[in-house]
Design a protein around this ligand. Sequence first.
Ligand code: ADP
Length: 169
Amino acid sequence: ALLDGHRVTGHRSKSTHPDVSERTLIAVKPDGVQRRLVGQIIQRFEQRGFKLVGLKMLQVSEDLLSQHYCQLRMKPFYPSLQQYMTSGPVVAMVWEGHNVVQTSRMMVGHTNPVEAQTGTVRGDFGIHVSRNVVHASDSLEGAKREIQLWFQGKELLNWDCCDQTITCE
Ligand code: ADP
């Protein structure tokens, strides 16, 4: 079966891996990009064993931001949040893996860097609640909504790891 061409081409259906189909949106915010933290943040998610299935750099529009933060639009800090999030490019990613939503929130840490534990992204790199380096979806429902908002279906790629598909010729 391992020599079966269908296996090698890597188009196995998601149902083959029902336990790892959970996905989340992680975005390196403009301060994270400007401070050259993109690589270190990606490295943490790779090292943790998660799978990158979508990645792009974009200038966030006010429209995308207001949909993304629809629950915060009435907050007094929203205008400054909008200014911050549109002040430069963002690197948006979709990561996949078992319990990736909850685990990512732990890896990213508390919203306010002063309360974020050392070892978390915000605990290690965050300066202030208004410059907290990274976004991570906070629930399964939130992740689904945000991924649909930020990515088109065709921008998300399914792939298999070479150590499972390698064959002897
Ligand atoms: P999280 O990003 O941890 O899910 P929230 O959804 O509560 O947190 O807030 C979204 C973002 O809004 C935060 O990551 C932060 O950038 C910004 N923010 C939240 N609270 C404040 C605040 N009091 N002042 C300035 N910015 C804030």
